[in-house]
Ligand binder design. Structure first.
Ligand SMILES: [Mg+2]
Length: 315
């Protein structure tokens, strides 16, 4: 199948929204500019066969995941996703049915969140499939929630549950878009990130870079408050070599939950408001930000520096 044949097969699968003036098919897509008083968010991400999914993973789940990862980053800013372009790197001899399946997965998730897919690129990639997605979003001007902004004393919260993502969650997770917008809209959130490389890997991003002039802050986590996904507990039971569940919850990648901080006086309001807005989504206060550097784990054996890191790429 030629590239043009493939594109004509994929084009009917591209979702449109009222934002799209001219969709895929010209040299560029034409989109309505965001309304005054809004800012643009712009994001890119890629998934690679053998790392983020396997050669035999259902193609619909592969396409869904590729977009869901980008949506999770828009969620972490408190924004609304609007339009995406998709680049496919296809190995020679690819199966066009599989590519169509990927686009069906992409489309279902895009439609669920009113995201248009307005174009892209297909190219050859030796020996494995790669999908890269660039995504636009909007957020009210000045209201994007950044990673910076945590202060000593802040309460630290995480949505959902952590660990054991490899048992399916990494493909089927729901990006926390409504939740992220609700949090940003509360005006109470000091800092936020989505947990993609494990709590241990991503929490340091909320604690500053330690660059000169930047205050050095740390965090104390209450071990018993960390919400552990059932799959992380089952994984530990099913194999002797598996990590203890708490270690899985702290270090496994691809949870795609939101990690954020609020002033201690707002913690109860956030919890109360959350329970009525999202009764089915857990929210846990797992610790606090401190002016002592480092990440400390508070358990029955006292306070210990956290060991173990999140998922690191290129290792
Ligand atoms: Mg992120």
């Amino acid at each position: 199948m030629t590239e043009f044949e493939l594109i004509s097969r994929l084009k009917p699968l591209l979702p449109r929204t009222p934002l799209v003036v001219h969709g895929a098919g010209d040299d560029c897509a034409v989109l309505s500019a965001p309304l005054p008083g809004n800012e643009l968010l712009f994001k890119t991400d890629a998934v690679v066969e053998g790392f983020h999914f396997l050669a035999d993973t259902e193609p619909e789940r592969v396409g869904r995941k590729a977009l869901a990862r980008c949506l999770s980053d828009i969620a972490a800013m408190g924004g609304t996703p609007t339009a995406a372009v998709v680049t496919l790197g296809l190995p020679p001899g690819y199966n066009p049915d599989r590519v169509e399946g990927i686009y069906r997965g992409l489309r279902a998730l895009a439609e669920a969140h009113d995201v248009a897919i307005v174009g892209g690129e297909t190219t050859t990639n030796p020996d494995r499939l790669l999908i890269s997605i660039s995504l636009l979003g909007t957020v009210a001007a000045g209201r994007a929630v950044l990673r910076t902004g945590a202060r000593p004393g802040d309460a630290l919260f995480v949505t959902g549950e952590l660990g054991g993502s490899i048992h399916g969650h990494h493909l089927d997770f729901e990006p926390r878009l409504r939740e992220g917008r609700w949090l940003a809209g509360s005006g109470m959130i000091h800092s936020m990130i989505d947990v993609s490389d494990g709590l241990a890997g991503d929490l340091p991003h909320l604690l500053g870079s330690g660059a000169p002039g930047e205050p050095v802050i740390g965090a104390e986590l209450l071990k018993s408050a960390i919400p552990i996904r059932r799959a992380a507990r089952l994984g530990a039971r099913s194999s002797d070599s598996a990590k203890p569940p708490i270690v899985a919850a702290l270090t496994d990648g691809e949870d795609f939950e939101l990690l954020f901080t609020v002033a201690p006086r707002d913690a109860v309001d956030i919890l109360d408001g959350w329970r009525s807005a999202f009764p089915d989504v857990p929210l846990a206060c797992i610790g606090k930000i401190t002016d002592r550097p480092g990440i400390w784990l508070c358990g029955e054996d006292g306070m210990r520096p956290m060991i173990g890191k999140g998922y690191e790429h290129f290792r």
